[in-house]
Design a protein around this ligand. Structure first.
Ligand code: MRU
Length: 348
């Protein structure tokens, strides 16, 4: 099986160990979380980021919360859990994988009568393992769309770092590269956090995939001048009608792709599909502090007194999406019907 050499999170000796993504690529440092509060803080401060990865972290956060509640009252520990579940669920608002994983853990707890702790870690581990398996399946399914000698573009980081360890969009890139079909990948910088410059370029370079970094503003020009055949991105939430929330700038890339004859692929596991959210208009869009825009690596470059607006996700309408790749299959032009049918299928 194809692999990435990068593991963003693991469970070890009773703690959640996270690769601190704020310090990459300069420093590879791990942070140990032994409380659910530490997990909430790590998710909010972007130590761990990317929709599936924060879902997995949230699931392990529930294990830590349950263990602490059990230690302080072995009889009534379940009653003490709701504030912890609510805090984990709310650590970031847009990626539905976080709420999905916390809710799955809560349903699991509600259904158990015996030995809750061992079983609970088992459920978190299953969420973790299922994500990795889904990444590999999506990699295969998505790579089938890529013709030989393709130039690809990706945005933000939907790679090993953002998932259990192979990637959604970058899983497709990895699988297509392994099949010898990728001439090169253009990775957008992705201001303000520079997930493309710091994380995607690092991941692809480290795994031997030819990558060139571009500024966000050059994407349309590069599509026109360099013959990009596919723009491939991940997702934080897919609404019931097929609208997709992803990193700010994705919508503009989809518009530019349509204008330049490049096709637009969204790669996301079923845990990112939220049939309870009717359309993109109903997706909560996270806004982060303006300082992230006014400064770079902690150094302020905007004039004092200038303020900033910092929405960190946007919504791409379904009609700009050529294909949505999930682990249960690829949907050309996803819509209400095809998404509902996909989720009604039993997982394979
Ligand atoms: O703010 P981030 O870095 O968590 O945003 C991540 C993205 O937008 C990713 O594209 C998305 O979560 C998919 S990750 C497989």
């Amino acid at each position: 099986m194809l692999k990435s050499t990068i593991t963003p999170l693991r469970w070890e000796a009773g703690a959640l160990v996270l690769l601190d993504q704020r310090r990459l690529p300069a420093v590879e440092e791990f942070i140990r979380c032994t409380t659910y509060e530490a997990v909430v803080e790590a998710i909010g401060s972007m130590v761990v980021r990317g929709a599936p990865a924060i879902g997995i972290a949230g699931a392990y956060g529930v294990v830590l919360a349950a263990r602490a509640a059990f230690a302080s009252d072995p009889k009534r520990w379940r009653e003490a859990l709701p504030p912890a579940l609510a805090a984990l669920r709310a650590a970031r608002p847009t990626a539905v994988n976080l709420a999905w994983a916390v809710d799955r853990m809560a349903s699991f707890i509600a259904a158990q009568n015996t030995d809750p702790m061992a079983d609970l870690l088992g459920e978190a581990t299953r969420i973790h393992a299922e994500d990795l398996a889904a990444n590999h399946r999506m990699g295969e399914l998505g790579a089938a769309f890529i013709a030989p000698l393709s130039r690809l573009m990706t945005h933000c980081n939907a790679g090993a770092l953002a998932t259990a360890g192979y990637g959604t969009a970058l899983g497709v890139v990895r699988s297509a590269h392994a099949a010898g079909r990728v001439l090169e990948v253009f990775a957008t910088e992705t201001r303000p956090w520079l997930q493309g410059a710091r994380l995607t370029a690092w991941e692809l370079h480290r795994d031997g995939v030819p990558v060139r970094l571009i500024t966000d503003g050059s994407a349309a020009h590069v599509m026109r001048e360099h013959g990009v055949s596919w723009v491939i991105v991940g997702a934080d939430r897919v609404a019931a009608n097929g609208d997709v929330a992803n990193k700010i700038g994705t919508y503009g890339l989809a518009l530019a792709a349509r204008a330049h004859g490049a096709r637009f692929m969204v790669v996301a596991p079923c845990s990112t599909i939220d049939l309870a959210t009717a359309s993109g208009r109903d997706i909560p869009i996270e806004e982060r502090p303006g300082d992230e825009v006014l400064s770079l690596s902690g150094a302020r470059h905007a004039a004092l007194g200038v303020s900033a607006l910092n929405p960190v996700f946007d919504v791409t309408p379904a009609d700009l999406i050529d294909v949505l790749v999930t682990e249960r299959g690829a949907l050309p032009r996803p819509d209400v019907r095809s998404l509902a049918e996909l989720l009604a299928k039993p997982p394979t």
